[in-house]
Design a protein around this ligand. Structure first.
Ligand SMILES: *[C@@H]1O[C@H](CO)[C@@H](O)[C@H](O)[C@H]1NC(C)=O
Ligand SMILES: *[C@@H]1O[C@H](CO)[C@@H](O)[C@H](O)[C@H]1NC(C)=O
Length: 362
């Protein structure tokens, strides 16, 4: 029984990889024949794509992309950031249609980045975003006016005003979510938003690579725990801490000699090794980790049995389906089959886990 299931998983993964490779080949051909060539000639300023931003963003006059237009009364804003992974994007968007938003007011903002070299926009990604029909609320497709990279995608797409009451969640395009993610997220915000030491909420688990050997083990009678480092596989910032973080980042990042190192953690080692190849531009999170460290902030994580999650990362690299993702991770998304509303009852004092996996009640 178990073996058969594994076999089926392997076959499914093979099929999936094959179809992704096929789509990739098709895309390469389509690209070659017409689309991106003409885009290369379009200068950012005269671009046909409008950057639509519907308010609840504070005025940052240095960034021409950030408009302050009107306001929108929302419960949830979903921000999907993408560049040129149409297959991933579609998978992410489809998972968003399957979510139970319990009748709340939801908006989907898709942000598409440009190539750093040619400034081109992936036409296929844009078409998929445009054509996607979001069943639960308004959708906008925003194309950045210039290349912004992961820093811009994370740090410029949700700049809430002080009176903003919405919950925002930022998803990279290789994430898929559980149909129950919003119910959990809403309950978690309601339970912990009043705390001043919460940086935000994560939909998946702590990156086990970064934790102590053996990973993080939290007793299951604690349905949530807090950890100093954000989980970026579906992150929902705490509005006020996010505003403070962005204001700090905007000024701290001006000093080119400043390094956001936190001594003694793996993330700093990764960041330093990225710096050697000038690849640190992919690790905006180091700044958040540093900010959380100096202000003693924590990210809230759900503590589900058997490491189930409300979001999973497919770890796509460009168009390649990475071989190091275990097929059974697919089964780790909370679904109808294993949803238990008891997870929504979160302890007033969640377990506090330190960088190295030691736990204490806080
Ligand atoms: C944004 O700020 C700049 C400079 O502080 C100001 O000149 C401009 O009018 C502001 N725009 C809006 C829409 O508030
Ligand atoms: C969880 O169980 C432990 C003992 O097994 C107990 O000390 C603790 O109070 C419980 N916590 C909650 C939140 O139920």
């Amino acid at each position: 029984m178990f073996v058969n299931r594994k076999k089926i998983c392997v076959i499914l993964q093979l099929l999936l990889s094959t179809s992704i490779i096929f789509i990739f080949i098709v895309i390469v051909h389509v690209k070659k024949s017409f689309s991106l060539v003409s885009m290369d000639k379009v200068t950012p300023v005269k671009d046909a794509f409008g950057f639509v931003n519907d308010g609840h963003h504070f005025n940052k006059s240095t960034n021409a992309n950030t408009n302050n237009v009107g306001s929108f009364n929302l419960d949830l804003r979903i921000i999907v950031i993408t560049y040129n992974r149409p297959v991933s994007l579609l998978r992410c968007l489809k998972s968003l249609n399957d979510v139970d938003y319990i009748g709340h007011r939801v908006k989907l903002d898709i942000f598409i980045d440009r190539s750093s070299k040619s400034k081109a926009v992936s036409q296929i990604t844009y078409s998929i975003a445009k054509a996607f029909s979001f069943l639960h609320g308004k959708k906008t497709v925003n194309v950045h006016k210039k290349h912004v990279g992961l820093y811009g995608q994370w740090l410029e797409t949700w700049r809430p005003t002080e009176d903003n009451k919405e919950i925002a969640v930022i998803l990279e395009d290789d994430i898929t979510v559980s149909p129950f993610f919003y119910e959990w997220l809403r309950a978690a915000h309601a339970q912990y938003d009043a705390r001043t030491d919460v940086s935000g909420y994560a939909l998946a688990n702590v990156n086990q690579l970064a934790a102590a050997p053996g990973g993080i083990v939290v007793p299951l009678n604690y349905t949530a725990y807090i950890y100093p480092i954000l989980g970026s596989w579906g992150f929902s910032p705490h509005r006020d801490r996010w505003r403070e973080f962005l204001a700090w980042y905007d000024s701290a990042s001006i000093d080119a000699s400043f390094n956001p190192y936190v001594k003694g953690i793996r993330h700093t080692e990764w960041y330093e090794s990225f710096q050697k190849t000038n690849y640190q531009k992919s690790m905006w999170s180091m700044w958040h980790i540093y900010f959380s460290h100096i202000h003693k902030l924590y990210c809230v994580f759900p503590n589900l049995p058997d490491h189930y999650m409300f979001a999973r990362n497919h770890q796509d690299r460009g168009f390649h389906y990475s071989g190091n993702v275990k097929a059974d991770q697919v089964d780790k998304l909370v679904s109808n089959l294993n949803w238990n509303p008891d997870i929504l009852k979160m302890p007033k004092n969640p377990i506090k886990v330190d960088y190295y996996g030691h736990i204490s009640v806080g």
